[in-house]
Design a protein around this ligand. Structure first.
Ligand code: GDP
Length: 643
């Protein structure tokens, strides 16, 4: 009974509410109809008034501030200035700035355009600057002294030459395994004690982590041990290691392995000398050690030589500062969430430290060493596992300890924002403009090239030819060269090092072609050497610094002088010949002598700010940093042309 009564009440309430809503709706419609009638009458009256009025053009140009970031698209800039993008593009064309509506302008070009249209450019604080400003706070106190840190060593070489065997031998004999039951945690790196000194080995025989770090430009390793098998000699990966080591200026110690099997040391020394790896006995700088990873022969010597090389390198870092590290691996660990294996590069890392890495941050909950033992702090060159991260870190990223969580979050938000912009630009063409930005202080442009060819013979010929055409205006920098097909690594290297890929006489497989197209990598494949060299010459010419020259466009005579309220002087001129444009350069001639050289600051025709005034017309001219203008002065007007 009770329920049905309630139901009735509910139904009644709903009905009431519906009626109310309908009434409200009707009222709203009625009101808006009345308003429409009223508006209609109003419009009629106003229309009559408008017919009576004369349209007046605003007397003053309203200049406003245009805020810009590091980069802005032509479209966005046009919108900000409320100027049609067509007009902006037209100006860009005249000024020699290439690009279409969706292209991004650099700050310099954007400023030029903004000023051209009479607005004031205001630079937003750049993302990078923002971070730099904050990171300054973690600057090292220079009163503290640097101390030697253990060397970080990577064992590399051709497949099957014995890298894993060597790592295993060192690990099994040198790690203080008795103390910890011999169990070492695989954390991508471990350190050994030799004569009370430590050596850190990066434990990545596959070099996957190393490759990634190398591509990111992070130099993690101090010394490379290049394993060359005595029975196999110098192989392609041996040469690849040498080239990459040279690229990053990492010293190489050659370990000639498997000497228990055969001894071809002299032959290997000979082969390696072609790649500028010359033993000390032969007058070079490289240490050669004969070893057997299987039986341990010579391994002790190798470790001593590593310490010797480290001493020469004087690997000194600050210990008493906020820690800095590099990510070797990162994954989700059951129970402790995302963890990362990192190598401390500087400072001491403490439990509880707040840090940032890539777009993640965290507060270190635990630090574990390579024996899976919890520790409270980690010293430079020590490999450790850390937990307490906001997410998985990227291999090769820097880990930076930061003062507090608030600052860490600010930096991460800032990084995430700039990443959004970068993502937008991710597949943007690696274009000449970008390469052009690599012009260094000495005004030399650098053309980075990755060269892949069919056989060793052509490699030498092409390298020689490229050396000859490299000059002091555009320098050719061979980022990498080698024999064989183009690999995914070459493409990654091309993107990270802003290099063009040039290949000779090789077949490009479809997958690679697809990536090249997709990522807009500049790529040329030739089958005739002189055509390849010509193509490089054309690229070089595009990197030449533009020439600017003056072109006289008009002459004006000063007829009157006006003092403005801002206490600057405006010269009332008549254009005798040609044209005058805003941003023109001028020479002032008085009594046939040049008395000033400078730039126009403002240009008016009557009361309007204008872009140009042509022959026979009057105009008001403001000159930058010059107030001594006199009646009778002659202005020679020039425009700067970029070629
Ligand atoms: P990696 O591919 O460079 O890591 O090479 P491995 O360490 O896997 O070694 C490849 C092969 O060479 C294995 O069968 C090893 O047992 C063997 N090997 C490694 N070092 C030596 C050595 O010093 N002497 C001999 N006789 N064989 C070795």
């Amino acid at each position: 009974m009770k329920i049905s009564k309630n139901n009735k009440n509910i139904k009644f309430n709903i009905k009431n509410k519906k009626n109310n809503i309908n009434k409200k709706k009707k009222n709203v419609i009625k009101k808006s109809y009345n308003r429409f009638i009223l508006n209609k009458n109003e419009i009629n009256n106003n229309y009559k008034n408008i017919l009576k009025q004369n349209f007046k053009k605003p007397l003053k140009f309203i200049s406003k501030n245009i805020f810009i970031n590091k980069k802005i698209s032509v479209l966005d800039l046009s919108k900000k200035m409320s100027i049609k993008s067509k007009k902006v593009l037209k100006f860009m064309d005249k000024a020699g700035i290439s690009g279409n509506v969706n292209d991004f302008l650099n700050q310099k070009d954007a400023i030029l355009i903004i000023k051209k249209f009479g607005y004031k450019p205001v630079l937003n604080l750049l993302n990078d600057d923002f971070e730099k400003k904050i990171l300054k706070e973690r600057n090292i106190n220079l009163n503290i002294k640097k101390k030697i840190r253990p060397p970080i060593v990577t064992i590399m070489g051709h497949v099957d030459h014995g890298k894993t065997s060597l790592i295993d031998y060192i690990r099994s004999t040198k790690i203080i395994n008795k103390e910890f039951g011999g169990i070492t945690q695989h954390i991508g790196s471990y350190h050994v004690n030799v004569n009370n000194k430590k050596i850190t080995f990066i434990d990545t025989p596959g070099h996957a982590a190393f490759k990634l770090m190398r591509l990111r430009g992070a130099k993690i390793t101090d010394i490379i041990v290049l394993v060359v098998s005595s029975d196999d000699g110098v192989m392609p990966q041996t040469i690849e290691v040498i080239k990459h080591a040279k690229l990053y200026n990492v010293p190489i110690i050659v370990a000639i392995n498997k000497i228990d099997k055969c001894n071809n040391t002299t032959k290997i020394k000979n082969e390696l000398s072609k790649y500028d790896i010359i033993s000390e006995e032969w007058g070079g700088e490289n240490i050669f050690v004969e070893i057997s990873a299987k039986f341990g022969t010579g391994v002790k010597d190798l470790l001593n030589y590593i310490l010797l090389q480290a001493e020469i390198l004087e690997l000194k870092v600050f210990y008493n500062c906020m820690a800095k590290g590099l990510v070797l691996e990162s994954y989700i660990n059951k129970g402790s969430g995302p963890v990362a294996n990192i190598l401390i590069k500087e400072g001491i890392l403490y439990k509880g430290d707040v840090f940032i890495s890539g777009v993640e941050y965290g507060k270190i909950r635990s630090i574990k060493n390579e024996y899976s033992l919890y520790i409270n702090k980690a010293y430079p060159s020590m490999p450790v596992e850390i937990s307490g991260l906001s997410g998985i870190l990227s291999v090769g990223d820097e880990v930076l300890v930061i003062k507090n969580e608030k600052i860490a979050k600010e930096i991460i938000n800032n990084r995430k924002n700039s990443l959004k912009n970068k993502k937008f630009n991710k597949y943007k063409r690696l274009n000449i403009d970008k390469m052009f930005s690599m012009v260094n202080d000495e005004n030399i442009s650098i053309l980075n090239i990755i060269l892949k060819v069919d056989v060793q013979g052509s490699l030498e010929i092409i390298l020689n030819a490229l050396k000859k055409i490299s000059n002091n205006k555009v320098k050719i920098n061979i980022v990498y060269s080698g024999v064989g097909n183009i690999t995914k690594n070459d493409l990654d290297l091309s993107i990270t090092s802003n290099a063009v890929i040039i290949s000779f006489n090789i077949h490009i497989d479809n997958k690679i072609k697809f990536i090249i197209k997709n990522k807009n990598i500049i790529f040329y494949n030739y089958f005739v050497i002189y055509k390849l060299i010509d193509a490089v010459k054309i690229l070089m010419s595009k990197l030449l610094k533009p020439l600017f020259y003056k072109n006289k466009i008009g002459v004006a005579e000063v007829k009157n002088i006006f003092n403005t309220s801002k206490s600057c002087i405006i010269a009332g001129c008549i254009i005798i010949e040609g044209i005058i444009k805003i941003n023109s350069s001028i020479k002032i001639i008085r009594n046939r002598k040049k008395i000033f050289k400078g730039k126009l600051e403002s240009l008016r025709h009557f009361k309007d700010n204008v872009q140009e005034v042509s022959s026979g017309l009057e105009c008001g001219v403001g000159i930058k940093n010059f107030n001594d203008i006199k009646i009778g002065d002659i202005l020679h007007i020039f425009e700067i042309i970029k070629k």
